[in-house]
Design a binder for this molecule. Structure first.
Ligand code: SAM
Length: 199
């Protein structure tokens, strides 16, 4: 299947008609892996919270205070309607240093030809630029700044997005990387990477 075919299939399944990405199999895999692996987190940030469903799940199944953030104002409203504390933010920009015990992110990751970008909020939710890593790389390279000592990152990665490259970027940023969950689909394999700073 070509990238544009898989992009179309995923977009159809994930609510292209909406302004806000709705929970799908990737959201479920991330929430489940984070809930199972997190050990006594106090404050958790979900970057790119979308509908707020992942943040809500983590909040309900752990003792953590969970904050959701998103670039899309429709998403922060929807997350708040769900009861999630949500703020509008571009990646990690407004957050102070060293404040989160864990950061969770299901990024936009579909490789997208610049000529096929469609210019709406769902594009922000789905498109990872030409190589799928437009947001993943800056996220991985800067997330260490907002982590408290011993903090962890839970990052969803697709086989469409250059799995080995993402692992390499994370290791170069000073993290130990563990692949803690996988799910296979006809068009991609989804993995959850847990990143922990090298002490
Ligand atoms: C794949 S969706 C995931 C939504 C939700 N977390 C879930 O798993 O169901 C990616 C989310 O990242 C958000 N996003 C895109 N660019 C962003 C940025 N620069 N800063 C923060 N969030 C961003 C999108 O608006 C979208 O809600």
């Amino acid at each position: 299947m070509t990238n544009s075919e898989s992009q179309k299939r995923l977009a159809e399944r994930r609510g292209l008609e909406s302004d806000v990405y709705q929970p799908a199999e990737d959201s479920g895999l991330l929430a489940e892996a984070a809930i199972e692996s997190l050990s006594e987190p106090r404050v958790v940030l979900e970057v790119g919270t979308g509908s707020g469903w992942v943040a809500q799940q983590v909040g309900e199944h752990t003792d953590a205070r969970v904050i959701g953030s998103d670039l899309n104002p429709h998403a922060t409203h929807q997350a708040r309607d769900r009861g999630v504390e949500a703020v509008r933010a571009d990646l990690l920009d407004p957050f102070a240093d060293g404040v989160f015990d864990a950061v969770v992110f299901n990024p936009p990751y579909l490789p997208t030809d610049p000529e096929n970008e469609w210019g709406d909020w769902m594009e922000h939710a789905l498109s990872g630029g030409e190589d799928g890593r437009r947001l993943i790389v800056p996220f991985v390279e800067t997330v260490g700044r907002v982590l408290a000592p011993g903090g962890e990152v839970y990052l969803l990665v697709s086989s469409l997005t250059g799995y080995d490259t993402v692992v390499e970027v994370a290791e170069n940023a000073g993290f130990v990387v563990d692949d803690i969950a996988q799910e296979s689909y006809p068009y991609e394999v989804l993995s959850i990477l847990r990143l922990r700073a090298v002490i």
